[in-house]
Design a protein around this ligand. Structure first.
Ligand SMILES: Cc1cc2nc3c(=O)[nH]c(=O)nc-3n(C[C@H](O)[C@H](O)[C@H](O)COP(=O)(O)OP(=O)(O)OC[C@H]3O[C@@H](n4cnc5c(N)ncnc54)[C@H](O)[C@@H]3O)c2cc1C
Length: 403
């Protein structure tokens, strides 16, 4: 479908973007650079967002035209340490020099400064930040009406970039169900840093515990599917015990956080409904997060870019919808199908052994961490790089054959 009045070459170009996180800021930057009149609504800046802050090589490549790591407080990550704290085992994966593409494999950024740098680029390109909160949105054939804490605003098109609890999503579509969310919880551990991320895969709850170092603190966390019957309090106790057992925070001050992350099923990814004639959803509001790694920043940036590209090209939202399905939905659907197997005790045990023994699988893991290894080719790459026996058992235990 074509959107009249939003053509970037025309005088009526007028886009309201609710939320100035990575998705909203990227859409605003691209649209404003092409001459669109763009207003970003968000009163939260400057702010830290509860997040690991892991920005993968592919995300950095996407914003290379506007973002310089020197503009934000970020740690360049050299290695990932996978641990099994109960068995006292660990395996090191060097991140630099493994991937096919050049550049950092992974930065861990303070979201306060990372998001501020993306927002500043959008403002430099001509987008206007309205520091108000949107409290209601109605979308009609002629455009969108936004009620904000600063008054009523109209726009020809509205982009919902307002995160996992998206108001725009609730108004134009439906809120995420509990089974479509995970709860992430943990602590910022102040006064400690590193150039290494630490990851522990767990089968209960299925997922992983992470410690991601920023320049002056660690973001330590765990997450579980919201309908898994584990409370945020239980997860926080688990992570507090892990911090004590590993000594990773070195006695630094701990600040708790909790936040939802969209974690859709394969069926959800097969039937994404992200657009209407006058609206589109991006980033977390669209549910575009890897259900295994919970990487969302790349998909937020990419979907912000794609919706802006579609509006610039004349406003066909079916172009945006197809691009999301082709470039994100199918990949994320594969991750969702793999998820149950990925965190089975049998796979976790094999994975630790393989990481310790095989340089090939360490290289695959380095590329997974950097967002360079698609799930579509994972089984072939594992089969090629692992010793035959180990590969066969790993593939069977995670049921990679069905992906
Ligand atoms: C604990 C945790 C750890 C994570 N770790 C990682 C990681 O290491 N790497 C990674 O890639 N991803 C990670 N993620 C996911 C990542 O944080 C998100 O996918 C990403 O922030 C999505 O970007 P976004 O722009 O869509 O939304 P957000 O970053 O959530 O931005 C939404 C913006 O909308 C604004 N907003 C909301 N409602 C309104 C309103 N009504 N009016 C105006 N403004 C509004 C908010 O203030 C906010 O600024 C993690 C998530 C969590 C919770």
């Amino acid at each position: 479908m074509r959107v009249c009045g939003v053509r970037v070459c025309g005088v009526h170009t007028d886009v309201a973007i609710v939320g100035a996180g990575p998705a909203g800021a990227r859409a605003a930057y691209v649209l404003a650079r092409h001459g669109a009149r763009v207003t970003l609504f968000d009163r939260s800046h400057p702010r830290e967002k509860p997040c690991g802050g892991g920005v993968t090589g592919r995300a950095l490549a996407l914003v290379a035209d506007t973002f310089d790591a020197a503009d934000c407080a970020a740690s360049v990550i050299r290695s990932a340490r996978f641990i099994d704290s109960r068995r006292g085992q660990s395996a090191f994966v060097l991140l630099d020099g493994h991937g096919a593409s050049a550049g950092s494999a992974l930065l861990v950024a303070s979201r306060a400064t990372f998001d501020a740098a993306l927002l500043a680029a959008a403002e430099r390109a001509g987008a206007v930040l309205d520091r108000s909160r949107v409290v209601n949105v109605t979308v009609e054939a002629s455009g969108a009406c936004l009620e904000t804490t600063g008054g009523r605003r109209r726009a020809a098109f509205v982009i919902g970039a307002d995160g996992a609890n998206s108001l725009v999503r609730r108004r134009v579509e439906t809120a995420f169900r509990r089974d479509q969310l995970s709860i992430a919880t943990g602590f910022f551990a102040h006064g400690v840093t590193s150039d290494e991320i630490v990851i522990e895969l767990t089968s209960d709850p299925p997922g992983y515990i992470w410690s991601f170092p920023r320049p002056d603190h660690l973001a330590v966390g765990i997450c579980a599917q919201a309908d898994a019957g584990v409370t945020a309090e239980a997860l926080r106790s688990r992570i507090a015990a892990w911090i004590t057992a590993t000594g990773i925070a070195g006695g630094g001050r701990l600040d708790p956080y909790s936040w939802p992350i969209p974690s859709l099923s394969a069926r959800d990814f097969d039937s994404l409904d992200l657009t209407g004639p006058r609206w589109g959803l991006v980033g977390d509001a669209a549910g575009l997060v890897d259900p295994i790694t919970r990487e969302g920043i790349y998909f937020a940036l990419a979907s912000g870019q794609w919706i802006a590209d579609a509006l610039i090209a004349g406003g066909s939202m079916s172009v945006y919808g197809s691009r999301v399905r082709d470039e994100a939905g199918s990949e994320l659907g594969r991750a969702a199908r793999l998820k149950a197997g990925f965190f089975r005790p049998a796979f976790i045990g094999l994975m630790m052994r393989a990481l310790q023994q095989s340089a090939g699988i360490r290289a695959v893991m380095a590329d997974l961490v950097a967002g360079r290894q698609p799930y579509a080719t994972l089984k072939w790459r594992l089969a090629k790089t692992l010793e035959v026996g180990l590969a066969w058992r790993a593939l069977r235990s995670v049921r990679l054959k069905s992906v």
